[in-house]
Design a protein. Sequence first.
Length: 256
Amino acid sequence: MAVAVGVDVGGSGIKVGLVDVERGALSGPRLRVKTPQPSTPAVVVPIIVKTIRRSLLEAGVTAPDVPVGVGMPAVVIDGVTKSAANIDQGWIDYDLGAQLRSSLPGPVVVLNDADAAGLAEMRFGAGAGERGVVIVLTLGTGVGSGLFNDGVLVPNTELGHMEIRGRAAERRSASSARTRRGLSWKAWANDLDEHLEAIDRLFSPTLIILGGGVSKDADKFIGRLTVRPRVVPATLRNDAGIVGAAMAAAERAAAG
Ligand code: BGC
C-alpha cells in the first residue's frame, strides 16, 4: 500500500491524515486542529509539523520518510507561498517547503489547496474519467480553483479573484459570503451563477465541479444555476484537500 500524509491548511482549521494514495482514502485518523489567530507562519508551521507527527503515530506508521503534501490557501511556486487572501500576510513569499524539510525527514510538496482538492476529485471523485477542460471550485472562506485539461492540472489559477462588479468574485460567491450577508440559497445561487458565467466566458469548460463544505447542500443551489456547462457537486467532500495533497507528494516522491 502506498501512503502519504496530506495536510489541508484553511482559515479555520488544519486537517491532517494518512492517505492510501492508490484508493484515494484515509488510512488513519483524520485530525483537525483549529487554525490559530493570528495565523502567522511562526505559529502555524510548528502546529503543522506536530500534527503530522501525531497522525503518523496514531496510524501506527514507523517509516521515517513518508512523503508529505501540504495544501495552502495561497499561490504556491516552488514551495514558496506567494499570496495571502484569507490568511496572515506573513505568508507572502514564505518558503514553507524549506521550513518543513528542515523538520521532516521525508519528501515534502507544497501546493495550492484547491489544486490539491482538484487533483483528488479528478482522480477519485466527480471528475474521474472526464476529458477536456474541467474546473474544480472550492467554495469555502474564499473560492479556490483547479483548472484541468484532459486530467492535467494547470496550477495556481485564482478564479476566486476574478474581478466581478469591481471586487474579487469570491466576496460574493464564497460559501462564507452567503452566511456573512445572510442570503437565501436562491439569492446566493444568483451570485454564484454570475461568477460561473464569467468563468465560462473565459475558459469554456466542459464541466464545473463545486466542492468545499457547501457541496453537501448541493441540492439547495445547483438546480438553480443557469450557466451553460454541466455543474456537479464534488464527491470527496471534506477529504479532497488532504487526499490530493498526499497524492501530489506521493507522485513527486515516486518521480524521484
Ligand atoms: C485564495 C486561493 C485559495 C482559495 C481557497 C483564495 O482566497 O486566493 O489561493 O485556493 O482562497 O482557500
